[in-house]
Design a binder for this molecule. Structure first.
Ligand code: AHG
Ligand code: MN
Ligand code: MN
Length: 337
């Protein structure tokens, strides 16, 4: 591998091969990287930076907001609203999309993001992240919420930044997945994982097993078979991980394989919910990364990336990762319908 290639250098080379004028997308990715570096610094300093704890407010989904959820949202707005590269922003922490203020020029991209993923890990110094998805705005008018409702297949770029023992930015522009590690000495992301691939086979699953009493039959069957080990129908011993942050779990899967599940369960159905994770800023960007790395992203019934969204904060069941295991869980869903 070429040593010391920065994100900027990588984008310059990579984007020269893409059709059309990519300058704004390249600039937007550089802006996102800057926002992530600022957040990485705040997360690293934690209590010293005064960013831990609750904000004392709820978001539109009725979830308690942490200080860092709001700070992260603000950092992304500040870093992008005046660049002329985005037409509008939407995030987990805003009820509706954020229009670009009149005094600034609008660009052609829609940026949808989860400012801080794994909020429950903030105060315990666990892994957190930022997830983002970029689509194009089809005209020059100011976008409405509806313009953000594009299927995962329309994403021109998706990625996340993981804030953990190292901070890593992982992106796809639709031709493979590249991972960059933050070099704090250079204040820049450096290419360290040039071609991330999800192995087809795995013996590691990630699910919050505390909800097992609420699981539906296909998920119960699958996890029972995993824990049955070598003597069970799958015929191999499994390991289990649950990071409490989708970014942490998906990053591990991009590094060494695995299956991640946040399925639809009976409790959600009773509450009129279609899942826990959000389609536009969690499932779709992670789905694109996983597919681009050779894995599979599904709800059990349909491919995540094919869903036509009907709501900014729409929730979906998520089953993604190593193809062999995702296919197995999908088959169990199909045979139970
Ligand atoms: P967020 O912090 O952005 O609301 O997302 C949290 C999500 C996801 O990152 C993680 O996989 C999952 O919620 C954890 O949920 P449980 O606490 O139910 O395990
Ligand atoms: Mn999240
Ligand atoms: Mn979040």
């Amino acid at each position: 591998m070429q040593q010391g290639v920065t994100l900027d250098q990588f984008l310059e080379t990579h984007m020269a091969q893409l059709p059309g004028d990519q300058a704004d997308l390249r600039g937007l990715l550089a802006d996102i990287a800057k926002a992530c570096i600022e957040l990485s610094d705040l997360v690293r300093r934690g209590e010293l930076a005064g960013v831990l704890g609750a904000a004392g407010k709820e978001n539109v989904q009725g979830e308690d907001q942490k200080k860092l959820d709001i700070i992260a949202n603000d950092v992304f707005i500040e870093m992008t609203e005046s660049t002329g590269r985005v037409a509008g922003l939407a995030s987990e922490e805003m009820d509706n999309h954020y229009p670009i203020p009149e005094q600034h020029q609008r660009g052609k991209y829609l940026l949808t993001f989860d400012p801080l993923d794994g909020s429950s890990n903030i105060d315990v110094n666990g892994a957190t992240g930022t997830i983002f998805s970029i689509t194009e705005h089809s005209d020059t008018n100011a976008p409405s919420d509806n313009d953000f409702l594009q299927s995962g297949r329309k994403q021109v770029c998706a990625g996340y930044c993981l804030y953990s023992s190292a901070s890593m930015l992982v992106i796809t522009l639709g031709s493979g997945v590249a991972g960059f590690t933050l070099d704090n000495a250079k204040n820049a992301f450096v290419l360290t994982h040039p071609n991330m691939q999800v192995p087809t086979a795995t013996n590691e699953f990630a699910i919050n097993a505390a909800y097992s009493e609420h699981w539906q039959a296909p998920v119960k069957r699958y996890i029972n078979e995993c824990v049955a080990g070598k003597a069970g129908p799958i015929g191999k011993s499994f390991n289990m991980r649950w990071a409490g942050s989708m970014v942490g779990d998906i990053h591990r899967i991009l590094c060494r394989g695995g299956i991640f599940m946040y399925p639809l369960d009976e409790r959600m159905i009773k509450d009129g919910k279609q899942g826990k994770l959000r389609l536009l800023y969690e499932a779709n960007p992670m789905g694109m990364l996983i597919e681009q790395a050779g894995g599979m992203a599904h709800t059990g019934l349909v491919s995540i990336m094919d869903i036509e969204p009907d709501n900014l904060h729409q929730r979906v069941p998520v089953i993604m990762g190593s193809t062999e295991e995702v296919e197995r869980v999908v088959a169990y869903h199909q045979s139970s319908t």
